[in-house]
Design a protein around this ligand. Structure first.
Ligand code: FCB
Length: 451
């Protein structure tokens, strides 16, 4: 074997509630912003919704059995806030909790370690009606919800993640509206970013007080690469994007506060008084693990006169370069070296923080062969990125695991069901699951603990 991974390295896969569960109105679940958004005209491809999705709510036992057969060690899933608290606040809906209770027991019985994410983008609609993440109160409601879930599952779940990709929630949801709730207002997006971080801090300290031992946060991070690294203007362009994509979240969590640049942005462009005394201390709660979702690097170049891209406030004069080489079905460049770079940078800039890849994977148009799915592109993608992880580990990075996005083809947000990220093919008419070649390949990687 050429690439052996450290003993105890976690091999797993990830999903999210709205993308797979379906059962949108069952057992007292309230509506989330994605139920609303997917019903707005022309927001989601072909009007797709998560109403049924992979019907995982009813088929979870089958899905867990499939994971066991593949040898999956860790399963990262998310809890739907509106199943637990249909209105976002107030008493828990026990029937909502029952579902995650059953799922957890099923996983443990199959010898699979559960990793629970509390927020993967499905905010209760009633909270959006009260201002959503732009409203500070939502951060406190989130911490209450976190405790409700921990009370029921804390005896069996060791790995807790507060938020998935707060950058996406804030900027894709509130600055450009390509994700729920579909608002286009930079000022609300900056407020949302701060309140998400606050929610993370409040939930982390509440979970810790309740006895949780491993609390993590998952960020979507990417190296921001200038066209000409020897040019000062180019570097400045890359730095301003990096400040909003990466450091806006990393610095307050690991360095005790926002950088002056980010703080200035929050103070000038968001409603007054956003960052209050004590907020930065709350956000800086120590965490035990940083989850990284890596898909591709961000390629930029300086082009004076280019208007700001609202998802990166302060990015005027920055142009976003298209991919040069091969891309996935999402049009995303395939650049595994970006993952090594990113891991080494995190290791260097935020030392002492154990890392885990909580998502990495790719959508491709599947090729069906004799009833099976020959997804060679996906195998090559995963293999390349695992080598990139291995490189980073051999250079001293403390990487604890790798989770493939995703177990199943699922509801890919604004792309609906047309982009398939699964290692397991889902026929959405019959709900038949068929492991693709990548699943069988990954199963062998797990068994060998390496490539
Ligand atoms: C990430 C999301 C995940 C999935 C992948 C492709 O940004 O966290 O839900 O959609 O992208």
């Amino acid at each position: 074997m050429t690439f052996a991974f450290p003993e105890g390295f976690r091999w797993g896969t990830a999903t999210a509630a709205y993308q797979i569960e379906g059962a949108a109105t069952e057992a007292g679940r309230g509506p989330s912003i994605w139920d609303t958004f997917s019903r707005m005209p022309e927001r989601v491809y072909a009007g797709h919704t998560g109403d049924v999705a992979c019907d995982h709510y009813h088929r979870y036992a089958e899905d867990v059995a499939l994971m066991r057969e593949l040898g999956i060690g860790t399963y990262r899933f998310s809890v739907s806030w509106p199943r637990i608290k249909p209105d976002g606040t107030g008493p828990a809906n026990p029937r909502g909790l029952d579902f995650y209770d059953r799922l957890t027991d099923e996983l443990l019985a199959a010898g699979i370690e559960p990793m629970l994410t509390l927020y993967h983008w499905d905010l209760p609609q009633t909270l959006e009606d009260r201002g959503g993440w732009a409203n500070r109160d939502v951060a406190h409601h989130f911490a209450d919800y976190a405790i409700t879930v921990h009370k029921r599952l804390g005896d069996r779940i060791g790995l807790w993640t507060t938020l998935n990709e707060p950058w996406c929630s804030a900027f894709l949801g509130y600055a450009v509206g390509v994700h729920a709730p579909g608002r286009s207002d930079v000022s609300s997006a900056l407020a949302a970013a701060h309140h998400l971080l606050l929610a993370h801090g409040l939930a982390t300290s509440a979970l810790r007080a309740a006895g949780a031992t491993t609390v993590s946060l998952t960020l979507n991070l990417a190296p921001v690469v200038p066209a000409d690294p020897s040019d000062a203007l180019e570097n400045d362009a890359a730095d301003r994007v990096d400040a909003m994509l990466n450091r806006l979240f990393l610095e307050p969590v690991f360095k005790g506060g926002y950088e002056p640049y980010a703080l200035d942005m929050l103070e000038r462009r968001a409603p007054g008084g956003l960052v209050r005394d004590g907020d930065q201390e709350l956000i800086a709660q120590p965490i035990d693990l940083l989850g990284i979702n890596y898909y591709h690097p961000c390629l930029v170049t300086a082009r004076p006169g280019t208007p700001e891209n609202p998802v990166y406030p302060g990015s005027d004069g920055v142009d976003f370069r298209p991919a040069m080489g091969k891309t996935t079905a999402m049009g995303w460049p395939i650049e595994p070296w970006g993952l090594t770079d990113l891991l080494e940078r995190l290791h260097r800039d935020y030392p002492g923080v154990p890392l885990i890849i909580t998502e990495n994977g790719a959508a491709f148009d599947d090729v069906r062969v004799d009833g099976g799915v020959a997804d060679h592109d996906r195998v090559a993608f995963l293999e390349g990125h695992l080598r990139a992880c291995h490189d980073a580990i051999s250079r001293g990075v403390d990487l604890r695991g790798y989770l493939v996005w995703s177990l199943l083809d699922n509801f890919e947000w604004a792309e609906g069901y047309r982009k398939r990220f699964g290692m397991v093919h889902v026929d959405f008419d019959t709900q038949l699951r068929t492991p693709k070649e990548s699943a069988l390949w990954y199963s062998k990687v797990i068994a060998r603990n390496g490539l």
